[in-house]
Design a protein around this ligand. Structure first.
Ligand SMILES: NC(=O)CC[C@H](N)C(=O)O
Length: 305
């Protein structure tokens, strides 16, 4: 396995120059374009790492997977899906267009920004502080890492420049898809995106989903089985933004990417994979990360279909 990871990583490095580090959140520009890292955790809890596996980066859109699980734990699923849909949008992750053109004006799914702002608004808590604490605690549990923290520089950078998300959130409130204080919902959304992780954290999240929500070491149930299924299904249909179809064809692995350069992948009953490569393609997915997952899928026969 160690050799496979070495080869796959070397191969993927050739592609980083085709991508660019995200710049629309100014703080993300600081990442090193040529970094590439991998971590795999298999069902027997073997951990394999390679390259810049311990480099820290912000989780960004990968948080949408975890917050969806939380929204489904906190609320009836029929209520959640009255506020956010189940269909791929085919549009970029930050598109606002369908909030006007959809019949219901409901965001298409919880993996695009508009839908994720809705699921964030469904996290329960008596105060903003309690919601934040519950959210961070759940991320720590799923990553099995109590030291996960919010990167406040990225959070502030995004809060200062996130007017597109702000516009969407106000539209969502106007149309009845979120209730309460819009700025408070956005604040929590920006915080969830700014949680700092490395590939080991992502691989751990991946194996927890792969084992249908049961911690493989302790046997503790972290997520209900039906919710872990729903979440992985969304990863297949919508996890790689408007490149989800092609990615599913090429790899057959449920995965979710973020503009920080991370991708979490979850192969049911088999392994969790975390990859990092901040050079992104035009759709916002890690160029090296996609290459690595394609190669690993072929070499280790990870395609679930
Ligand atoms: N695709 C992403 O990772 C987007 C997350 C980012 N925080 C945003 O809201 O724009």
């Amino acid at each position: 396995m160690k050799n496979i990871l070495k080869e796959v990583l070397e191969e993927s490095k050739k592609y980083t120059e085709e991508g660019n580090v995200a710049s629309y959140i100014p703080e993300l520009k600081k990442a090193n374009r040529d970094d590439v890292g991998i971590c795999i955790i298999d069902r027997y809890n073997n951990i394999y790492t390679e390259g810049n596996y311990s480099t820290k980066f912000t989780i960004q859109s990968i948080s949408k997977v975890i917050v969806l699980a939380m929204a489904l734990m906190d609320n009836d699923w029929s209520y959640v899906f009255s506020k956010v849909g189940m269909e791929p949008s085919g549009d970029p992750f930050n598109s606002i267009m369908k909030l006007e053109t959809n019949d219901t004006k409901r965001p298409n799914n919880p993996m695009i920004n508009a839908g994720a702002i809705v699921t964030t608004s469904l996290i329960k808590g008596d105060s903003a502080e309690e919601k934040e604490a519950r959210m961070l605690n759940f991320f720590r549990k799923l990553a099995k890492n109590d030291s996960l923290q919010i990167n406040y520089d990225v959070y502030k950078s995004e809060k200062l420049t996130g007017d597109r998300n702000r516009a969407m959130a106000y539209l969502l409130k106007n149309d009845g898809f979120i209730t309460g204080d819009v700025e408070e919902v956005l604040d929590l959304y920006f915080k969830q995106c700014s949680i700092e992780v490395d590939t080991v954290d992502l691989a751990r999240i991946g194996i927890n989903l792969a084992s249908y929500g049961v911690d493989i070491e302790t046997g503790e149930r972290l997520i209900r089985k039906d919710i872990s299924r729903m979440v992985k299904t969304f990863m297949v249909t919508c996890g790689m933004y408007d490149a989800s179809g092609e990615f599913a064809i090429r790899t057959g692995i449920p995965a979710k990417s973020g503009v920080g350069g991370g991708i979490v992948a979850s192969v049911p009953n088999t392994m969790g994979i975390g990859v990092y490569g901040p050079a992104l393609d035009k759709k916002g997915n890690s160029v090296a990360g996609i290459k690595i997952l394609e190669d690993l899928s072929n070499r280790l026969e990870l395609n679930i279909f």
